[in-house]
Design a protein around this ligand. Structure first.
Ligand code: NAD
Length: 453
């Protein structure tokens, strides 16, 4: 979008964002009664941002495992807040249905393994309980259509809780993009580049969830219980939203732009096997040394957009490497790369030289961060977890459109099954489904246009 168009759209949006568009839950309200399904490590870490709020009452929690419920209740007790009603704890995989039947719940955070997100979100929307769903929206392409149709049928608010969209540098760069600093956008890169070997494999002991062994499945703990099996069974971009979320906001996807094509390539798979064989608690004779992991160590996915940009994503979770999401935002006037905080803007930066991006981060710091940095301090992932909870709670309270809405959720998350299909079909380029069914042409950007959410 050109600077003038952006300014015009921004002005129109200011007005739009102030007017509550719909609220399936009734009138705008001051407080929310919130439930949480899945009280594992993610759910527990989101308790801080939730319970620090005077406008939220945590009224119900559900989990299959007593150990997770106990940890959660201990955290709640420390805050002095009232205990919620508890469901499950005995291995019952359906206890969450009883939670959704509890009267008076306004909103639910879904923090369960991926395979549960679609059925739980659909049931919650049918029950008129606003959904804040952890990344991803579903597993198969059909799941994504089902979640979309349920939202359209019920009108219940649904937000994907994609926290990286709220990272401070990512939001500052959004301001730079919107101000036209990079000129016209041409290309973006990002990914999920995070050494998860010590997360996907552990000892199974709840007191040492990371880097503690080579077990998974029933013998593992937390994500090793379920996430690892996806690396055994699937080959694709298994965790797209941390990378694609910010890029989609930069490119105004579903708001004047859309993904048109996708393809993916995968390398051979070595990292997880190597980790098991070389680990002091594993070795070549450990039973898991025989497991064949289907997931390529580095999966590279390319998307093309209607307005002519490309976006490259890399999923890189099985090899030794420091964490980096590898953002690159490039336009006709320059580019930013998050690694080493580097930026180059033609006419501002010394020719052919990188500059330290910090002074640009400071200058373009997003109004949300300027306003709430103190409140967010201490929340997970450098504070961005506070912002995603804040955005969800405030938008539901106001009856405003979700800042990361159903179309964002299903398109970002559908990258997984589509990348799997591309790889399985000899790296074929596939058309990207238009979940908006043409509405992308007229929809306007709403994400983070003011200092509310
Ligand atoms: N946005 C982020 O930065 C971020 C970070 C970590 C995890 N996550 C996401 O959060 C979700 C949970 O991940 P996690 O790390 O907490 O995993 P986890 O394994 O620690 O927690 C998942 C919990 O869900 C429970 N569960 C499983 N089936 C259930 C069912 N049928 N009913 C009720 N509870 C059930 C498990 O017992 C477990 O306690 C995943 O989608 C993950 O991708 C997001």
């Amino acid at each position: 979008m050109k600077r003038r168009e952006f300014l015009q759209t921004g002005a129109a949006l200011g007005a739009l964002a102030l007017a509550p568009a719909f609220n399936a839950l009734g009138k705008p309200r001051d407080r929310l009664r919130v439930a949480m399904i899945g009280t594992g490590l993610r759910g527990q870490s989101q308790l801080g941002p939730l319970l620090s709020r005077g406008d939220v009452e945590l009224v119900a929690i559900a989990d299959t495992q007593q150990v997770m419920l106990d940890h959660t209740l201990a955290i709640i007790d420390k805050t002095g807040r009232k205990r919620p009603k508890v469901y499950g704890g005995n291995g019952d995989k359906n206890a969450w249905k009883a939670l959704l039947a509890q009267k008076g719940i306004d909103a639910v955070l879904i923090c369960t393994p991926w395979e549960w997100h679609a059925p739980m979100a659909i049931a919650a929307m049918e029950a008129k309980v606003a959904v804040g769903c952890e990344v991803v929206a579903g597993i198969t392409l059909q799941d994504h259509w089902d979640v979309l149709r349920a939202q359209q049928r019920t009108g219940t608010p649904y937000m994907l809780m994609e926290n990286v969209c709220y990272r401070r540098d990512v939001m500052a760069v959004l301001q730079m993009v919107r101000a036209g600093l990079f000129g016209e956008l041409i290309h973006m890169q990002a990914g999920y580049q995070h050494d998860l070997r010590g997360v996907k494999l552990n000892s199974g002991n709840p007191n040492e969830p990371y880097d503690s062994g080579v077990e998974f499945g029933e013998k593992g703990f937390s994500e090793a219980q379920w996430r690892t099996q996806h690396s055994v069974d699937r080959n694709g971009e298994l965790y797209p939203s941390h990378g694609i979320g910010p890029c989609a906001m930069y490119a105004n996807i579903h708001r004047g732009n859309r993904f048109t094509h996708i393809n993916a390539f995968a390398t051979k798979s070595r990292g997880l096997h190597d980790y098991i064989v070389k680990n002091p608690k594993g070795g070549p004779d450990h039973p898991n040394a025989k497991v064949k992991f289907k997931l390529g160590d580095v999966v590279t996915t390319t998307l093309r957009c209607e307005n002519g940009e490309t976006i490259l994503l890399q999923h890189d979770t099985s090899l030794p490497r420091p964490y980096s999401l590898g953002f690159r935002v490039q336009g006709t006037d320059g580019l930013w790369m998050d690694l080493n905080k580097s930026i180059h803007i033609e006419g501002k930066s010394p020719p052919h030289k990188w500059e330290d991006a910090q002074k640009y981060y400071d200058e373009y710091d997003h109004p949300l961060w300027r306003k709430y940095a103190d409140k967010a301090a201490g929340a997970g992932h450098g504070g961005m977890d506070w912002f995603v909870v804040h955005a969800f709670v405030e938008a539901v309270k106001a009856g405003a459109p979700m800042p990361i809405d159903i179309y964002d959720a299903v398109a970002w998350s559908a990258i997984t099954p589509l990348s799997e299909q591309s790889i399985a079909e000899d790296y074929r380029t596939l058309p990207f489904p238009d979940f908006t069914e043409g509405k992308w042409k007229d929809r306007k950007p709403i994400f983070a246009f003011d200092d509310r959410y």
